[in-house]
Design a protein around this ligand. Structure first.
Ligand SMILES: *Cc1c(COP(=O)(O)O)cnc(C)c1O
Length: 462
C-alpha cells in the first residue's frame, strides 16, 4: 500500500464530488416522491420472479454504475410496496411521514449517530432525553417519567412489560380480545406462562369491561395467582376504541396493579383538543407506549415507551461488562443502553427533534385534529348513504362499516379490487366474527374528495 497522510473521505473510496452528486440525486428522487406520491398507486405489489429479475443476480464482484443502481432501487424496490404516505392509504395504520423527519434521519445516518451511552454519544443522548421530555409533557405525564425510543410498538410494549416485572415481580397480565397481537407475543417472549396472560372478552363497544376485569383479578387472587398489570389500549388497531382509562387507573390504584397503556396507535391524538377528551386518564399510566412512526409523521422506525417510575427501565435492562466499563456514566448521566435490549443504538430522536423544531407542536396538533375530523367526515358520508351501515363510529381516526346485504366475500373482493386498481387501500377486518371494512384516516393531506371517491368505489358506484 502506498503511504499517505491524506485520509480518504469515504471508507469505500467514493470521492467527495461524487458523494455530493449522488447525494443530490437521492434528494431529488425523494422530493419527487413527496411531490408525486398522490398520482401513483396506494399499494403496488410485484411478483417474486419479476422483482428478483430486476434486483437479484450473482454477488457483484466489480463496481457498477452508482446512478443506475440508485435508480433501480428507487424505481423497482421503492415502487413495489404499500405507500403508507399516500393520501388514499387507509389500510391498517398509515405512515404519513414528513420531510422534516426525513432530514433528521438523513443527518443522523450520515454521521453514524450513536445513542448507546453518555460517553459514546452525549449529543444524541441529550436529544433523546429532550424528545422524551417533550412527548411526556404533551401526554401529561409527570416530570420524573423516563423513557426510551425503540423500533416500534412491539418492542416498546415488550420493554414496558420488562420494566413492570422488574419492579413488581412475576404475575398475571390482563388484556382484552382487542389488544394488539404483538403484545401477547411480547409477553410470551418475556417468558410469561400461558396462565399469566389473560385475554378477557371486551364489552359490546370493544372496550375493557370493568366487571369482567374485576372478576378475573378476584378469581386469580382466590386461586393463589398474583395479578401484576392491566394492559389497556388507547386506540385499538381494529376500531380506534379507547379503553376506560380513568376507571382502569382507579382500579389499578386500588388493587395495587401496574397500569400499562398501549397507545401505539392512538396516543398522539391526545395532542389535539378532541383527542384529549377521549384519552383522558392516559397520563396516569405507569407505562405508556406510542408509535411516532404512525401518527407523529415520522418515517419508520420509531416507537417510544414512557415509564412513570424512575429507575424501572434500568432495573430491567441495565448491562455491564469489562469492555464497556470505560463508557459507563459516573455522574448520573443517562446510558440509554440500560433502558432496553438495544446496546448499539442509532439515534431515533433526531428526526422527532427536527420535526418539532421546524414545525412546532401547534402545527402538529392541527394536523392530528384534521385526521380525527377526516374519520368523522367519512362517518357522515357513510351515514348519508343507504349503501352502508356504521359498525363502529369514528374514534380517533378510525371508522368501521359494512356494505348492507353484502357477505364477507363481496366486501373483501371490493376492498381487494380497490387495492388492485391502485386508487386507494382499505383494510377489511373482523369484529366478533362479523366482516367489516375500515378506514384509518391519519394522513392530514387526505382530502374530502379522496374519502368520497374511495367510498363510492367500494359501494360499486364508480
Ligand atoms: C401498530 C400497533 C402495535 C405494534 O407496533 P409496531 O410499531 O408495528 O411494532 C401495537 N399496538 C397497537 C395498538 C398498534 O396499533
Amino acid at each position: 500500500m502506498e503511504a499517505s497522510n491524506q485520509h480518504a473521505a469515504d471508507s469505500l473510496g467514493l470521492e467527495p464530488s461524487e458523494m455530493r452528486r449522488l447525494g443530490y440525486r437521492v434528494v431529488d428522487l425523494v422530493v419527487d416522491h413527496f411531490e408525486r406520491k398522490a398520482l401513483g398507486p396506494a399499494v403496488h405489489t410485484g411478483t417474486p420472479d419479476g422483482l428478483w429479475a430486476a434486483l437479484g443476480g450473482p454477488v457483484p464482484d466489480l463496481p457498477g454504475d452508482p446512478e443506475k443502481a440508485i435508480t433501480t432501487l428507487a424505481e423497482v424496490a421503492m415502487a413495489h410496496m404499500q405507500h403508507g404516505d399516500h393520501p388514499r392509504f387507509f389500510a391498517r395504520v398509515p405512515g404519513p411521514s414528513s420531510f422534516a423527519a426525513v432530514l433528521g434521519e438523513w443527518l443522523g445516518i450520515g454521521h453514524n449517530a450513536i445513542a448507546s451511552s453518555w460517553a459514546t454519544g452525549s449529543g444524541p443522548t441529550t436529544v433523546e432525553l429532550v424528545v422524551i421530555d417533550w412527548l411526556r409533557t404533551l401526554l401529561g405525564m409527570p416530570e420524573e417519567t423516563e423513557g426510551v425510543l425503540l423500533s416500534g410498538g412491539s418492542m416498546a410494549n415488550l420493554t414496558a412489560f420488562g420494566a413492570a416485572r422488574a419492579v413488581c415481580g412475576d404475575g398475571v397480565a390482563y388484556l382484552t380480545d382487542q389488544t394488539h397481537a404483538a403484545l401477547t407475543r411480547d409477553l410470551q417472549a418475556l417468558g410469561f406462562p400461558p396462565e399469566h396472560v389473560r385475554v378477557l372478552p371486551s364489552d359490546e363497544s370493544f372496550r375493557f369491561s370493568m366487571p369482567v376485569l374485576a372478576a378475573a383479578v378476584a378469581e386469580d387472587r382466590a386461586a393463589g395467582r398474583r395479578p401484576l398489570m392491566v394492559v389497556a389500549t388507547a386506540g385499538t388497531t381494529n376500531t380506534g376504541t379507547v379503553d376506560p382509562l380513568p376507571e382502569i387507573a382507579d382500579f389499578c390504584a386500588s388493587e395495587d396493579l401496574w397500569f400499562h397503556v398501549d397507545g401505539a396507535y392512538g396516543a398522539p391524538a391526545a395532542l389535539s383538543e378532541p383527542g384529549r377528551a377521549v384519552l383522558r386518564g392516559i397520563e396516569r399510566a405507569d407505562s405508556l407506549v406510542l408509535d411516532p412512526h404512525k401518527w407523529l409523521f415520522q418515517p419508520y422506525d420509531v416507537g417510544c415507551v414512557l415509564v412513570r417510575r424512575p429507575g424501572a427501565l434500568r432495573r430491567a435492562f441495565s448491562i455491564n461488562a469489562e469492555y464497556i466499563k470505560d463508557v459507563q456514566s459516573v455522574n448520573g448521566e443517562v446510558d440509554f443502553r440500560d433502558r432496553s435490549l438495544e446496546l448499539t443504538r442509532r439515534s431515533r430522536a433526531l428526526k422527532l427533534w427536527l420535526t418539532f423544531r421546524i414545525h412546532g407542536s401547534d402545527r402538529i396538533r392541527a394536523a392530528i385534529t384534521r385526521c380525527i375530523e377526516l374519520a368523522e367526515f367519512a362517518e357522515e358520508v357513510l351515514r348519508g348513504s343507504d349503501d352502508w351501515e356504521i359498525v363502529t363510529p369514528a374514534q380517533v381516526g378510525i371508522v368501521t362499516f359494512a356494505l348492507r346485504g353484502a357477505d364477507e366475500e363481496t366486501q373483501a373482493a371490493r376492498a381487494a379490487a380497490l387495492v388492485a386498481s391502485g386508487y386507494a387501500a382499505v383494510t377489511p377486518t373482523t369484529l366478533r366474527g362479523r366482516s367489516v371494512l375500515r378506514l384509518c384516516t391519519i394522513n392530514p393531506t387526505t382530502t374530502e374528495d379522496d374519502i368520497v371517491g374511495t367510498l363510492d368505489r367500494l359501494a360499486g358506484r364508480s
